[in-house]
Design a protein around this ligand. Structure first.
Ligand SMILES: Nc1nc2c(ncn2[C@@H]2O[C@H](COP(=O)(O)OP(=O)(O)OP(=O)(O)O)[C@@H](O)[C@H]2O)c(=O)[nH]1
Ligand SMILES: [Zn+2]
Length: 201
């Protein structure tokens, strides 16, 4: 079986190796001083392996897989879906970072519009990988620009990082906000309109 090889966070090549993941979790349990053969832990390596397969499912998906449905509605004003749940994993500590994403775009005059749910699916494709928040934000914006060819894109993500909460600096409630703005949404008036829609909850 080919090892999954990540290319700068651009996804994996090869299958998910469940047996290998299971063996690694067993090793980790031993390394932290646990007994992986005790009753409560006996099934844990296989459970964790299956959980990782789900949590990192985005490694085996491409944005093109989800941005499939496009319509021609003749709508060329901003479309914004806000408060899309984000559940991702920090690639430095492999613990979750969670929060919301706001994704907006301005279709080209005779351009492609996608289904609203597809924007949320797109967030998941990139969130379900070992990530940093900045790259997650950029990948969503750049794939929308590439696939829908809109006049502009804005992506704002607000997350709390468990690696800052449950360990390390241990600061609960700190939110990290990242944004990526492309095309016409870089213009200050358009950008302000988008930001006021995002902030006005
Ligand atoms: N820029 C960025 N940093 C992140 C993200 N997720 C986690 N980090 C940071 O990655 C850094 C890794 O720092 P290191 O000094 O290598 O690791 P560490 O000793 O575990 O750091 P501490 O978390 O400060 O204990 C930490 O400052 C984390 O807060 C992210 O999405 N973006
Ligand atoms: Zn972290």
């Amino acid at each position: 079986m080919t090892d999954p090889v990540t290319l700068d966070g651009e996804g994996a090549i090869g299958e998910f190796d469940e047996k290998r993941a299971e063996a690694a979790v067993r090793e980790l349990l031993i390394a932290v001083g646990e007994d992986p053969d005790r009753e409560g832990l006996r099934e844990t390596p296989s459970r964790v392996a299956r959980a990782y397969k789900e949590i990192f499912a985005g490694l085996w998906q491409e944005p093109e897989d989800v941005l499939t449905t496009t319509f021609d509605l003749g709508h060329d004003e901003m479309v914004l879906v806000k408060d899309i749940e984000v559940m991702s994993s920090c690639e430095h500590h492999l613990v979750p970072f969670v929060g919301v994403a706001h994704v907006g775009y301005i279709p080209a005059a005779s351009g492609k519009i996608t289904g609203l749910s597809k924007l949320a699916r797109l967030v998941d494709v990139f969130a379900r990988r070992p990530q940093v928040q900045e790259r997650l934000t950029t990948q969503i914006a750049d794939s929308l620009m590439r696939i829908l060819e809109p006049r502009g894109v804005i992506v704002v993500i607000e997350c709390e990082h468990m690696c800052m909460t449950m360990r390390g600096v241990r600061k609960q409630g700190a939110k990290t906000i990242t944004s990526a703005v492309r095309g016409q949404l870089r213009d200050s008036a358009t950008r302000s309109e988008a930001m006021s829609l995002i902030i006005g909850r």
